[in-house]
Ligand binder design. Structure first.
Ligand SMILES: NC(=O)c1ccc[n+]([C@@H]2O[C@H](COP(=O)([O-])OP(=O)(O)OC[C@H]3O[C@@H](n4cnc5c(N)ncnc54)[C@H](OP(=O)(O)O)[C@@H]3O)[C@@H](O)[C@H]2O)c1
Length: 285
């Protein structure tokens, strides 16, 4: 059975450590956090391993998870290299969604294979996360040997690993941010416009919720182009002009930018002439 050291025994470290033990994927050897108390709590939650206080005290392990905050990964990797705790052939990986495996590149000097394994999951509470983790998609990129080992590890703890293109981490993470954060921002823009139009605050969830949820479900199941409805795909140029005339100044730019993307998305569903007129109105012509 493979062995695992956890450096950064917080929410992600504890959850993946516990999953490794209960699934039989790995034997957890050592856990390290900033405080000894935190490392001890992690060992107790994981149900296996030893709390250590310094990188140099880590025993040899096949896999080393650096589940420290993103900003600490590069520094911990440098300290790990200096500690001599990384053995040739071991796999060192972090769990950040935004950082590349390349942030661990210095560890190749010690013979390590490096990778990142990002679970697309919110680890608010480790006990609940252990219960709910099964089936979670995990983005994997890095050295080939590390990816092979981590594919097995991820599958063994119940995840669904998938490969990212080399250098694709920033675009991947931007996709997640657009999908979750910008959806929230769009909700707020729609709320403000509905309030401006005189809709009572208490009606907003019932008015916007089914529309937004239905549109999202259609876009995911039918594909965005087929799911598109509304004035742009219908070619209702005058309606779009009336929207623009009613919009507060601080919403003009975002409405115009998203409108232009929507004209492009409508593509062949929109007669060429209507597309040109819409582009002109959206550009302020
Ligand atoms: N939380 C999520 O939902 C989520 C989802 C996907 C990916 N991730 C990624 O997972 C990684 C860890 O996130 P997290 O939410 O688990 O963070 P967290 O709960 O804040 O835990 C971070 C852990 O790192 C330890 N630590 C901090 N600096 C350290 C250092 N210099 N040396 C050793 N240990 C150090 C902390 O020690 P103390 O306990 O003593 O403070 C803590 O145990 C990040 O890369 C994050 O982007 C998080």
């Amino acid at each position: 059975m493979q062995s695992l050291n956890i450096i950064g025994a917080g929410r992600v470290g504890r959850t993946l450590g516990r999953l490794a033990v209960v699934s039989g994927a790995c034997r957890v050897v050592d856990c390290l956090a900033r405080s000894h108390e935190s490392a001890r709590e992690a060992v107790s939650f994981i149900g296996q391993g030893r709390a250590v206080d310094a990188l140099k005290d880590l025993a040899a392990a096949d896999l080393l998870l650096l589940s420290v905050p993103d900003d600490a990964i590069a520094g911990v990797a440098q300290a790990l290299l200096a500690s001599g705790a990384v053995r040739p052939g071991s796999v060192v990986f972090h769990a950040s969604g935004a950082a590349e495996a390349e942030v661990l590149a210095p560890l190749r000097a010690a013979g390590a294979h490096v990778a990142s394994l990002h679970p697309a999951f919110s680890f608010a509470n480790p006990a609940r996360a252990v219960e709910q983790f099964a089936g979670t998609l995990c983005a994997l990129e890095g050295d080939a040997a590390a990816c092979v080992a981590l594919q097995d590890f991820a599958a063994a703890i119940g995840a669904r690993p998938f490969a990212l293109a080399p250098g694709g981490k920033a675009a991947y993470h931007a996709a997640l941010s657009v999908a979750s954060n910008y959806l929230v921002t769009l909700t707020e823009l729609a709320r403000q416009l509905a309030l401006q139009g005189g809709v009572g605050e208490q009606l907003l969830p019932a008015l916007l919720g089914p529309l937004m949820q239905g549109s999202l479900a259609n876009a995911l199941s039918m594909g965005p182009q087929a799911a598109l409805t509304g004035p742009i795909v219908r070619g209702d140029v005058a309606t779009v002009a009336r929207h623009l005339a009613a919009l507060p100044a601080d919403m003009q730019a975002v409405y115009r930018a998203l409108g232009e993307r929507t004209v492009a998305l409508a593509g062949a569903r929109l007669p060429a002439e209507a597309g040109q007129s819409l582009r002109a109105v959206l550009a302020g012509g």
